[in-house]
Every structure is written in C-alpha cells, then in structure tokens.
Write a protein that binds this ligand. Structure first.
Ligand SMILES: Nc1ncnc2c1ncn2[C@@H]1O[C@H](COP(=O)(O)OP(=O)(O)OP(=O)(O)O)[C@@H](O)[C@H]1O
Ligand SMILES: Cc1ncsc1CCO
Ligand SMILES: [Mg+2]
Length: 250
C-alpha cells in the first residue's frame, strides 16, 4: 500500500506550530491530502494534543521569544512520545532565528528538516546567499544537504529547482518544472506540512520525505499545464490537484 493510500485510510492528525502568514494554506493542504490539520499556540494543551497527534510540524516563520517555550516543550514531548517531527527553519540565516534553532537542536532530535538551499546551507555551516525567506543561490548542492543530515541526524529535504532528499548516505532527487512555486509565498511551508502527513503514517523517514516531495512536485507540474502563467490560478489548480490525486489513492 502506498503512503498516500495509507493517509486516506488512517486520516492522521498533523499538529502544527505554524507561522502567521500561511496557516490557512498549510491547514488546507493537510486536509486536501486526506489528513487532519490542527494548529495551536497554547503550551497548556500541547501534551494532550501531542497524545492524539501522529506527527508534529514546527515552522519558525513568525517565531518570537514568547513562543520559544512551546516550541521546546512540543518538540521534547514529541521525541519522548516517538512522534515524528518535521522542522521548517524559515530564514534561519537571520541571527535571532539561528539562535532559536541552535537552542532547539541542543534539546531535540528532528526527524526531517525541510528548507531551501540557503537554509540547509546554514545547517551544514556553509555560507549561502539569502534574502529573508528566499534562497538566492541557484546551484543545487547535494553536498550541503548530506553534511546537514550528518550534523543533525535528520533526513534533509533541500528545495529549489531540483529538490534533494538525503539521510546523509542515500541521496534522492526530485526535479519538477513549476516556476510559479517560487512566486507563491508559502509553498515551502505547504511542502513541510505535506511531508508531515506522509511521515505521520510511515516509519520510513527518507521514503516518506521523498514520496511527499515527488507527489507535491507532480501536482505542481499538472497545475502548471492547466493555468496561464499566473500565480493566483496556479495555487487553486495546485490545491485541487492535491485533492484529486489524494482521492484517487483511496
Ligand atoms: N526555481 C524553482 N523552479 C521550480 N520549482 C521551484 C524553484 N524553487 C523552488 N521550487 C519548488 O517550490 C517548492 C518550495 O520550495 P522553496 O525552495 O521555494 O521553499 P521556501 O523558500 O521555503 O518557500 P516559502 O518560504 O515561500 O515557503 C518546492 O516544491 C520546490 O521544488
Ligand atoms: C513571508 C513570511 N514571513 C515569515 S514566514 C513567511 C511565509 C513563508 O515561509
Ligand atoms: Mg520557507
């Protein structure tokens, strides 16, 4: 049974510490995939929510100092409960965010880290050109992704024109031609949530990360074929593709 079919069967609960920009899109894609999204910002309920959750997706996109305790507690409890964690280290190249992620890395094991080329370069201790949430480096470096995987112990999904998925040894590639992914803010956040839904029903980290990334890219290519080269139409066509492809897997 494919991981996508397994999602339709189990309808896993994906718990999100989401950012304030793309919360709705992240909830939508989890729901359209056949899984169940839940967002929280309340530390007092994090233990009970993790008890019923199948995976945790942690996105630092709009993190502030008062959020750090819930991020730490959620991740530590998820580790204790053996629930998989996906980290989206939005703009980790910015110093404050780097200090938060260092704090998390010292206390927590992440199962999967999904970021753009500049964000993944940070985990590999390599210099990279970025501007806020955007990677400005066009060269795909499987080397950085492999180093990041070895340093963190996580499966790394490094996105760009070609996506690289690696556990530090095995390296898998996903190449899809959907340039409007770059224009629509939050496609990275949506991919991290998609990976969360896949890993929620599979113990195989690299396989779930790869299949989620491939599925996401293929839906993007099919959406591109349907719309004029405009971002608004693309995002709706893309979400509809996700929904249809997920239902076909039933
Ligand atoms: N130049 C590109 N051409 C085609 N697809 C791309 C390109 N860059 C990224 N993508 C795709 O866009 C999706 C999101 O990856 P991206 O690297 O833009 O994440 P991100 O920078 O974290 O995005 P965001 O912060 O807006 O959520 C992935 O599926 C990736 O394959
Ligand atoms: C634009 C933006 N700013 C913080 S998070 C976010 C969405 C992309 O991750
Ligand atoms: Mg991002």
């Amino acid at each position: 049974m494919s991981i996508l079919t397994q999602i339709q069967k189990v309808q896993p609960l994906v718990l999100n510490l989401a950012n304030q920009v793309t919360t709705q899109r992240v909830a939508d894609i989890i729901s359209f995939l056949g899984a169940s999204p839940l967002m929280t910002k309340e530390i007092q309920e994090i233990e009970s929510l993790l008890t019923i959750a199948d995976a945790l997706v942690v996105n630092i996109g709009t993190i502030s100092e008062s959020d750090v305790p819930i991020f730490l507690k959620a991740c530590q409890l998820a580790n204790q409960m053996h629930k998989p964690i996906v980290l989206d280290p939005v703009a980790v190249n910015v110093p404050y965010r780097a200090s938060v992620v260092k704090q998390l890395l010292s206390a927590v094991s992440f199962d999967i880290i999904r970021g753009n080329a500049a964000e993944i370069a940070w985990f590999a201790d390599k210099k990279a050109v970025s501007k806020g949430i955007d990677a400005l480096e066009l060269v795909v470096s499987p080397e950085n992704a492999k180093i990041a995987a070895k340093k963190t112990g996580a499966v790394i999904v490094q996105t760009g024109k070609t996506d690289v998925v690696t556990d530090g040894t095995e390296v898998l590639f996903v190449s899809t031609d959907s340039p409007l992914f770059k224009v629509n803010v939050g496609c990275g956040d949506m991919l991290s949530a998609t990976i969360g839904a896949f890993v929620a029903v599979s113990d195989n980290l690299i396989q779930s990360a790869y299949e989620a990334t491939k599925f996401f890219g293929e839906a993007g290519e099919q959406a591109t074929e349907q719309v004029q080269n405009l971002p608004g139409g693309f995002i709706n066509a893309f979400l509809d593709e996700i929904y249809q492809k997920a239902r076909e897997a039933k």
